[in-house]
Design a protein around this ligand. Structure first.
Ligand code: FAD
Length: 469
């Protein structure tokens, strides 16, 4: 293909030809018309159907640097993609260029020192499986297909959150190509401002090519799935038990109408359930003790809690699964009987193909880090709630958006904070709530230093300080 790629340019008319692009990069350049194009432009969420002018699957940090410079010099619209799970659709673009790091999958584990250098195209599942061969783990999120790129830069809340904190609490260093095209090593001593910013500030500061993580001894865990009938009492009690549990136990409670899944008895399908995931990191007997109170909240529909290797917690990947979703995220201080009733009422009223309220009790190691130590400021948040409706017909979007908006308003308590990685395209006020007060000011100042023209703007964007009126 030799034609000119019609790349959307912010302020110039320069349009590099496809042939020019192909000579520039070691990695693959995919453009409209290529057989691989449709698959390559597909992101996790359905309903996001953007058509980039080119997707560059970078092969190394040199490619990243060249593409960043090309984009800066020619005013190209640039999207950065790792695992493609952005709910806001930030990792694709209509007419711009996608810098896709998904081929960067090197993982260098130093088992003796319990550290790993991981390229940012790895998914949480890939990293977790590889680290487990050494009996080691770093905590990511609840889903194996999520990219460690986006997840880490936003914070990272997962199954080890109460025991070992956020993913960024295990981030020791990063390599990042900033807007000037330079590959920089950042850690607590080198560019400490940038190191602070990339721990929670998202993709605003450059393209991360590698992360160095701390690893923990987590060979086996006690946990898995527990499905309980959902009533106001079981929901509120579940949360009370999760708060009272030792830090070794992290839980995710999905309150939902039971889907027709093969592991659920047919008579349960359609009933309100708590489909919970529990992970206890420590000795098996202690784990059994820690999950015991959950098992007796009601007679479980399904009890799959058992000792397992840690990666088993990531369920089978579902191939081409691209749900369309409306979602809202928030933090709350408590889930009492009345909040639990609100949850059940709203779930019942949803007309989506699936509706869920996901409740994650936080605290533990995550709360022990000072709020200003990283760009993730919500250390004191007690419970994260994500409400979502999945649906099939795109024209039903207004109905499901209204439903999540009302649901979130009904559950809202004092905390206006937001975890940036679960934020959709929800406007400036919500984004400011992800980075309250001084955090925003500090991030905007660092952005002005490293990305003064806001090249990295297709993200939960923090404009450089001088742009703020
Ligand atoms: C099914 C599902 C489950 C999830 N579960 C959890 C969870 O348990 N815990 C949790 O914390 N989060 C969770 N998330 C949210 C997830 O962390 C964010 O959506 C995250 O941004 C996804 O990262 P990604 O690399 O897959 O996405 P992408 O869409 O590829 O990237 C998202 C954004 O991150 C930035 N980015 C990505 N890679 C790089 C890079 N290498 N350099 C610079 N910027 C980059 C870009 O701005 C990009 O727009 C979940 C999301 C989904 C869809």
């Amino acid at each position: 293909m030799t034609g000119r790629a019609r790349i959307t340019s912010l302020d110039t008319n320069v349009t590099p030809s496809t042939a020019e692009l192909r000579t520039l990069f070691n990695g693959r350049v995919i453009v409209p018309g290529d057989p691989a194009y449709d698959k390559a432009r597909t992101v996790f969420y359905g309903g996001i159907d953007r058509r980039p002018a080119a997707i560059v699957r970078v092969a190394d940090a040199g490619d990243v640097s060249r593409l960043v410079s090309l984009a800066r010099e020619n005013g190209l619209v640039l999207a950065v993609r790792s695992g493609g799970h952005s709910a806001a659709g930030h990792s694709s673009t209509d007419g711009g260029v996608v810098l896709d790091v998904s081929s960067l999958k090197a993982l260098d584990i130093d088992a003796r020192n319990r550290t790993a250098w991981a390229e940012t195209g790895l998914t949480a599942g890939e990293y977790t499986h590889a680290a487990n061969t050494y009996g080691l783990a770093t905590g990511f999120g609840d889903t194996g297909t999520v990219g460690i790129g986006g997840l880490t830069l936003g914070g990272g809340v997962g199954y080890l959150v109460r025991k070992y904190g956020l993913t960024i609490d295990d981030l020791l260093a990063a390599e990042i190509v900033t807007a000037d095209g330079q590959l920089r090593h950042v850690d607590a001593e080198t560019h400490p401002d940038l190191f602070w910013a990339v721990r929670g500030g998202g993709g605003n500061f450059g393209v991360a090519t590698r992360f160095q993580f701390r690893l923990h001894e987590v060979a086996t865990i006690f946990g898995g799935m527990l499905v309980l009938p959902a009533s106001p009492t079981t929901i509120a009690s579940f949360i009370a038990e999760a708060e009272a549990a030792p830090d070794e136990l992290s839980t995710i409670a999905n309150v939902m109408t039971a889907p027709p899944m093969p592991f659920l008895p047919a008579e349960v399908h359609g009933k309100p359930v708590i489909m919970a995931m529990l992970v206890y990191t420590g000795a098996v007997e202690a784990g059994e003790g820690a999950v015991a109170p959950f098992r007796v909240l009601a007679t479980p529909y399904v009890d799959m809690l058992h000792p397992m290797s840690y990666p088993e917690i990531y369920q089978e990947e579902q191939g081409e699964y691209h749900p369309v979703a409306a979602g809202r995220t928030m933090f709350v201080d408590s889930i009492d009987l009345s909040a639990a009733e609100t949850i059940l009422d709203h779930l019942t009223a949803s007309t989506g193909s699936m509706a869920v309220a996901q409740l994650r009790v936080l605290g533990g190691a995550m709360a022990q880090v000072p709020a200003d130590a990283t760009a993730f400021a919500h250390r004191a948040a007690r419970i994260m709630v994500n409400v979502a409706a999945l649906y099939e017909k795109l024209d039903e979007k207004p109905v499901h958006e209204a439903w999540v908006t009302n649901f979130a308003a009904a559950l809202h308590q004092e905390n206006n904070g937001v975890y940036v990685n679960f934020l959709g395209d929800e406007g400036q006020e919500r984004l400011r709530n992800a980075y309250p007060g001084e955090t925003w000011k500090r991030l905007a100042a660092i952005k002005a230093r490293y990305d003064p023209t806001n090249l990295f703007r297709l993200n939960q964007n923090i404009p450089p300080a001088q742009e703020i009126k």
